[in-house]
Design a protein around this ligand. Structure first.
Ligand code: NAP
Ligand code: MG
Length: 512
């Protein structure tokens, strides 16, 4: 069934006013899912105005009121979980077992977490730090947040942006990726059904270059939060800097996967296959570079190849399918070109490295790919691929492994595989990444932060850290002695020279 109306502005679902027709398709089948017109800058103005109007009331709701509305939203999502799982699978070409088991339950858990976070504002204790004043911290919402999300986990990325913002009393305009807007609009509708007022959550669907630019540069947007590629993030950071807007950037990754010679080989091989092929490798934390200590190297490569042979590509609505298509032909061709370039540069393609035969080859599928013998400085090791490709390289010493792990511009996530507690501790300390897993790779949890080091950006998603980023910290300092002569005045003027002005006496306190 085709859907229309991919804008959700001031509580109303409608088409964009750009006049530009476009379709949302299932990249695993070519099926048309939605036809609509994209947002134009006028639509962005309207959405920002709606968010601004809603801010006055929403920012004054109590934490408990916001929390209750969010808990109702979680119930709405639970009740519609299968509908969301189907939609997320179709827009992303994702296997239904991934959306049922990961995307949707993860997003619902995020909603419940932020419903709790809304009631847990933190700051220093109010106290008399100077002795003569009471200092208190207020945590206030920032205003209208402009957010931009990518296509790889459309619902989760929307949730990670919307939830902390709204829990803290902000209102938001979110631009999903043009390829995958549907579940973000459904999420905003569910929020409305849960009683979150119109204008608090607005969705504008349009291209990055037009709608995205209009959104982040809008003067009424107080903060920009962005998840996407490092190239676009760099541009957005520069624009936010010029306008002195707070900015939050979750960018690309190139996660190392370090296997020391005392590791459980079977656990590491399984972790590498799952960690590199999840969501067809279109995961910013995906395992992309496995460094394996020489004694385990050959056995690791053989076991990974064997496990990859068992990964079933197939129709995304088949619960037995392990891996779906990539997001688009464009993305598939990009991945294929990177693998071809590695091959031409002398790397060995141990498995995959090709478009599958038969009907899957007519959609955007690409085979699970295992590469060895690539050079550390080559593009396949240094650049984000965002496809089902794992490169495996050997190492000899622990020093070398940690140096190679840190040797890319990125720093989003990493893993270390070892049974030696000292090696695990050293890797956790020395790998420069926002997350280091020990003996696992990929799991995330609402309570803990997700975010990068280095060119992977700054700012955190999920967790109380993310909630804090969507608040301003205000210091309120109240003088409590009532004295007109204050000791610190002496650094500016000396009171014995100016004398004392006689003031009328204060009204007497009423007697009880
Ligand atoms: P992208 O090309 O950077 O696009 C991300 C979003 O930005 C899309 O909504 C896109 O809109 C919009 N956009 C593009 N150019 C823009 C511009 N000049 N101004 C404003 N907005 C613009 O990234 P992608 O290809 O969608 O997603 C893959 C990337 O996201 C990877 O690099 C991945 O690592 C990263 N990612 C990071 C995280 C994390 O948490 N760190 C999580 C997921 C993904 P349109 O596409 O609609 O034009
Ligand atoms: Mg893109």
């Amino acid at each position: 069934m085709e859907t229309t109306g991919l804008q959700f502005i001031a509580g109303k679902r409608r088409s964009g006013s750009s006049g530009k027709q476009y379709t949302v398709t299932n990249p695993a089948t070519g099926e048309v899912i939605a036809t609509d017109t994209l947002a134009a800058p006028d639509d962005i103005d309207e959405a920002v105005a709606a968010a601004r109007a809603a801010f006055g009331t929403w920012s004054r709701t109590t934490p408990a009121e916001r929390s209750e509305a969010m808990l109702r939203l979680a119930d709405q999502l639970d009740a519609r979980a299968e509908e969301f799982a189907q939609a997320e699978s179709r827009i992303g070409g994702k296997p239904i077992k991934l959306t049922r088991g990961f995307d949707i339950p993860g997003s619902v858990d995020n909603v419940r977490f932020f419903a709790g976070a809304a009631r847990n504002l933190e700051g220093r204790a109010a106290a008399e730090y100077s002795g003569e004043h009471t200092s208190a911290i207020r945590r206030e919402p920032i205003g209208v947040i402009g957010s931009i999300a990518p296509w790889n986990y459309p619902l989760q990325m929307a949730a990670w942006k919307i939830l902390p913002a709204v829990a803290a009393g902000n209102t938001i305009v979110l631009k999903p990726a043009e390829l995958t807007p549907l579940t973000s609009v459904m999420f905003a509708e569910a929020a409305q059904a849960a009683g979150i007022p119109d204008g608090v959550i607005n969705i504008v669907t349009g291209s990055g270059r037009e709608a995205g630019q209009a959104l982040i540069n809008h003067p009424d947007i107080a903060m920009v939060s962005f998840t996407g590629s490092t190239d676009v993030g760099r541009q957005i950071a520069a624009q936010a800097a010029a306008a002195v807007k707070r900015v939050h950037l979750e960018l690309g990754g190139k996660a190392p996967f370090v296997v020391f010679d005392d590791a459980d080989l079977e656990a590491a091989a399984r972790g590498a296959v799952a960690g590199s092929l999840i969501n067809a490798g279109q995961d910013c934390t995906a395992a992309t570079r496995a460094y394996v200590q020489r004694p385990l190297y050959k056995a690791f490569v053989e076991r990974v190849a064997m496990l990859m042979d068992g990964v079933r590509l197939g129709p995304v609505d088949d619960p037995a399918t392990d891996m779906g298509s990539l997001i688009s032909f464009k993305q598939r061709d990009r991945v294929a070109a990177m693998v071809d370039a590695a091959r031409a540069a002398g790397a060995t393609v141990v498995r995959g490295g090709r478009i599958p035969d038969g009907p899957l080859g007519h959609a955007a599928y690409y085979e699970p790919t295992l590469i060895t013998d690539a050079a550390q400085h080559s593009a396949i090791v240094q650049q984000e691929i965002f496809g089902p490709v794992l490169v495996v390289l050997p190492f000899d010493t622990d020093d070398e492994a940690l140096r190679l792990a840190n040797d890319t511009p990125y720093g989003l996530a990493a893993s270390a595989w070892t049974r030696n507690v000292f090696r695990a501790q050293r890797a956790s300390r020395e790998i420069q990444a926002g997350c280091v897993w020990v003996n696992d790779h990929i799991p995330i949890i609402s309570e803990m932060p997700h975010g990068g080091y280095k060119a992977s950006g700054f700012g955190k998603d999920m967790s109380a850290y993310s909630f804090e980023e969507y608040t301003n910290v205000k210091h309120v300092m109240s003088e409590i002695t009532g004295a007109s002569h204050k000791g610190w005045h002496d650094v500016v003027f000396t009171s014995h020279r100016t004398g004392t002005v006689h003031q009328p006496s204060a009204p007497a306190a009423s007697a009880h």
